[in-house]
Ligand binder design. Structure first.
Ligand SMILES: Cc1ncc(COP(=O)(O)O)c(C=O)c1O
Length: 390
């Protein structure tokens, strides 16, 4: 019997121990294989143990692992260059997790407010949004279950409904410094900010002298079929945060900002592991892979194939809408059976996530094949059929 007692019990984990992964497949300690449509929570951009990451880690480990954030290193510079070239923004602070990048974005906006907006500090965020698990990013999030957790809250966040431009406008006061949101609310269950809303926010924030912060931690690095989610709406934020897919499985995050906003002074921001060469080398390998000609076209095609299969399942089993873009999708089941479906799918060797009681989320590797999507839908078809028959 495996002893799990020393691992802090913070989530109901199934009694399975994973020991290996390749591409879209995971293997547990009993040798069972699982088709993985969770992929580290939309993290493994190129699947499990992909060659570009294995090679970047091995070759960088032999050259230089860490030389302190107080010095430049070649990989930090290379990754910052790649991110600025591709985003149209100008400066990058590298970090280790999405929450840390978002903390950085909140601090940068507050610093900018102190310097340029008479001490304004309030950030307008969205109901049901998710920005991380530090105290400030929990306060920025709009998760109902967190309303009364870890009081007192970090103050300075005002919530409005997603896709309601009038509500954002009504929430602006002299204290407001920024609007912050995800292009698609992933953890909430895959709900898109409409292109019209994002464009409206860009115009409104410019008119009112506020910053637009986009949390692209889940949507960035090709997940929606474009390198960054904001490209669909044709708007550029003042500040963007990245994590998850940027590291392709390793802890790596980035705060990326327009030059006009970059106002940190020495000592305002930092972190021991920020910009370490080994993680930065992986980030470069991931961006180089995702920006290869044809890569994002294939993500779009795979996303359409996935959506097509989900629509077919929905039609066959009387489920609801299919939401999302690219390879970030959700299927509404119209009943609170998502956790049961995810558990049954796991018994059949398929890993799916249930972000809401009534919805399943699909976030496979961006390298997933059509055959793997078809296999996933066959298993899900069987599981749904068995549940309806029961
Ligand atoms: C949109 C978004 N922002 C922030 C985070 C937090 O990232 P991390 O878990 O790396 O701190 C997540 C994680 O799910 C996320 O989806």
């Amino acid at each position: 019997m495996t002893n799990f007692d020393a691992v802090m019990d913070i989530t109901p984990r199934p009694p399975i121990v994973f020991v290996a992964g390749q591409g879209s497949w995971l293997t547990d300690s009993e040798g069972r294989r699982y088709l993985d449509f969770i992929q580290g929570w939309a993290v493994n951009t190129l699947g499990h143990s992909p060659r570009p990451i294995v090679e970047a880690l091995a070759s960088q480990a032999k050259r230089l692992i860490n030389c302190s954030p107080a010095f430049y290193n070649d990989q930090m510079i290379r990754l910052a260059d790649l991110l600025t070239q591709h985003s149209g923004l100008h400066q990058v602070f590298l970090a280790n997790s999405g929450a840390e990048a978002n903390e950085g974005a909140i601090k940068l906006a507050r610093k900018w407010g102190t310097k340029h907006r008479d001490g304004a500090y309030e950030i307008i965020t969205m109901d049901h949004g998710f920005h991380g698990r530090t105290l400030a990013t929990m306060a920025a999030s709009g998760k109902e279950q967190w309303e009364r957790l870890y009081e007192p809250k970090v103050s300075g966040f005002v919530k409005v409904p997603l896709n309601d431009l009038a509500a954002v406008e009504a929430a602006i006061t002299p204290r407001s410094v920024a609007v912050m949101l995800e292009p698609i609310q992933g953890e909430a269950g895959v709900f898109e900010a409409s292109d019209a809303f994002l464009r409206g926010l860009r115009t409104l924030t410019r008119e009112r002298g506020l910053l637009l912060i986009l949390d692209e931690i889940q949507t960035g690095i090709g997940r929606t079929g474009r390198l960054f989610g904001f490209e669909h709406a044709g708007t550029t934020p003042d500040i963007m945060t990245l994590a998850k897919g940027l590291g392709g499985g390793v802890p790596l995050a980035a705060l990326v900002a327009h030059r006009d906003v970059c106002c940190f002074e020495y000592g305002d921001q930092g972190g021991t592991f920020g910009g370490n060469p080994i993680m930065a080398a992986v980030g470069c390998a991931v961006i180089e892979a995702v920006t290869q000609p044809g890569f994002l076209v294939r993500v779009t095609q795979a996303g359409e194939h996935l959506a097509h299969q989900l629509h077919a399942l929905s039609h066959r089993h009387g489920c609801g809408e299919v939401r999302g873009k690219g390879l970030l999708r959700a299927l509404n089941l119209t009943r609170d059976i998502a956790p049961t479906i995810a558990a049954r799918a796991m018994e059949r060797g398929l890993l799916l996530n249930a972000p809401r009681p009534d919805s399943l989320r699909f976030m496979p590797a961006l390298t997933v094949s059509d055959q793997e999507i078809d296999r996933m839908s066959e298993i899900l078809d069987d599981v749904l059929a068995a549940l309806v028959a029961a």
